[in-house]
Design a protein around this ligand. Structure first.
Ligand SMILES: C[S@@+](CC[C@H](N)C(=O)[O-])C[C@H]1O[C@@H](n2cnc3c(N)ncnc32)[C@H](O)[C@@H]1O
Length: 225
């Protein structure tokens, strides 16, 4: 066995275990979520089907899915938070999921400027490493309709969830992009969400699933949240 074929075999075995664990989990917690063919179809269905309120994405990169959010909500501002060039290469926190992200999501100031200029008029980009006070200042206290969390790692997801706690209400939809179905999925967005929900008395239903992405609908929320 070569180093490459060994790496492939290890990954295939780990992925198979993750798939089984995730299927067992979702069957137990939500026997019949809506199944989508693609993550963009899933995100669009959630956004078009949700009520009025703030729409924000955490983890934008080049903005593929943010552009779709903006097209789904042409008459309101849609916000996108990301560090872009205001960080080093890769993700700010260690990713232990499906493949190496240590050189991904690397931006120069110039590349970010060009990307920002190409965004639709109803998009507001908020550059910077996620920081609770900055997120709260931008988000205010308006109820959230759709929150798209696509920052991959547990620490970043926890920072975002704590910051947007005042915006979460019954009916808020949260779409997590790397929630499950990969090796180590319990450590990242899933782990951050279940911990946050437990600490803040948030009840929720799994609403839709695709490959690794999951949407949840908040059904009740503790008074302090
Ligand atoms: C998977 S990409 C987002 C993909 C994007 N939503 C799309 O549709 O293509 C993850 C992004 O999260 C951002 N990110 C992760 N952790 C962050 C943090 N702590 N602060 C700011 N941005 C962060 C990264 O900079 C990266 O651009």
């Amino acid at each position: 066995m070569t180093e490459r074929s060994n790496a492939n075999a290890v990954h295939t075995a780990a992925q198979a275990r993750a798939f089984t664990a995730w299927q067992d989990y979702i069957q137990k917690h939500s026997p019949q979520p809506v199944q989508y063919d693609s993550k963009l179809e899933h995100l669009a269905a959630v956004t078009l089907g949700s009520g009025t309120g703030t729409v924000a994405q955490f983890g934008v990169d080049a903005g593929l899915s943010l552009r779709m959010l903006s097209a789904c909500r042409p008459r309101q501002q849609v916000m996108g938070f990301d560090a872009w060039h205001l960080k080093g290469p890769g993700l700010p926190d260690r990713w232990t999921g499906n493949f190496d992200h240590s050189r991904s999501f690397t931006w120069t100031q110039e590349a970010h400027r060009e990307m920002a200029l190409s965004m639709p008029d109803n998009v507001r980009l908020v550059p910077g490493l996620f920081e609770q006070q900055q997120i709260r200042d931008v988000m205010g206290t308006s109820p959230a309709s759709v929150i798209h969390i696509d920052c991959d790692t547990g620490p970043a997801t926890s920072t975002v969830l704590e910051a947007i706690r005042p915006n979460l209400v019954v009916g808020t939809m949260i779409v997590f992009d790397e929630y499950a179905n990969y090796p180590g999925w319990r450590e990242h967005e899933h782990g951050a969400w279940t911990k946050f929900a437990g600490q803040n008395s948030v009840q929720y239903q799994y609403w839709g699933i695709c490959h690794m992405d999951v949407s949840v609908r908040i059904t009740s929320i503790g008074r302090n949240a």
